[in-house]
Design a protein around this ligand. Sequence first.
Ligand SMILES: COc1nc(N)nc2c1ncn2[C@H]1C[C@H](O)[C@@H](COP(=O)(O)OP(=O)(O)OP(=O)(O)O)O1
Length: 188
Amino acid sequence: MNNVDARSVARFVEDAAHAAMPHRLYTLIFPMVWPKGQVLLGMKKRGFGQGKLNGFGGKVEPSESIEQGAIRELEEESGLHATKVNKCGLLLFYFEDNPVAMEVHVFMAHEYSGEVTETEEMRPEWFDIDNMPFSQMWADDKCWWPLARHGRSFVGRFWFKSDQVTITRQTLTPVDSLEFSRNARNTS
Ligand SMILES: COc1nc(N)nc2c1ncn2[C@H]1C[C@H](O)[C@@H](COP(=O)(O)OP(=O)(O)OP(=O)(O)O)O1
């Protein structure tokens, strides 16, 4: 699947949802500074992914769109209010000991207001987009970040062992567009 259209991306999600297991919706958003080439990551201080550097994000609430969820999570976790975001990725994560897959919608925030602030959940820090701290990030990040960094859109699936480190299988595909309609809701 290369340079696939929006309908193929929708099918990618629906196939996975039907064939595999229930999905829960999440967001993941990365504030960027151009032309300086920096990205804001946060050290997760508690909960899922504790001790890892990541973008900002979390579960999408039933009352909000995925984009609204991304903007809300960014503000809650970093103090920044995004005024312009672009969706760049759709990632499905499967963990061998979890019957519910994670469907993670990835965004870049190019314009925002507010002050970067440490919160109860995240300790934010700016990094060079070409010198990412992959050893402190989720193992999938080094696979798709080069696409995101160059402004490419992508869809991918990663199967993790229960150690949350070892990837046993993966797919990753650059796509032309991620604009597609979606009716799915969180399963819990
Ligand atoms: C498995 O690989 C992952 N890689 C990356 N880069 N990010 C991931 C991976 N798995 C999950 N994530 C992201 C998706 C979300 O942004 C967070 C997890 O959200 P969280 O559990 O923190 O959701 P909240 O709603 O904030 O949780 P609370 O119940 O603690 O409020 O990690």
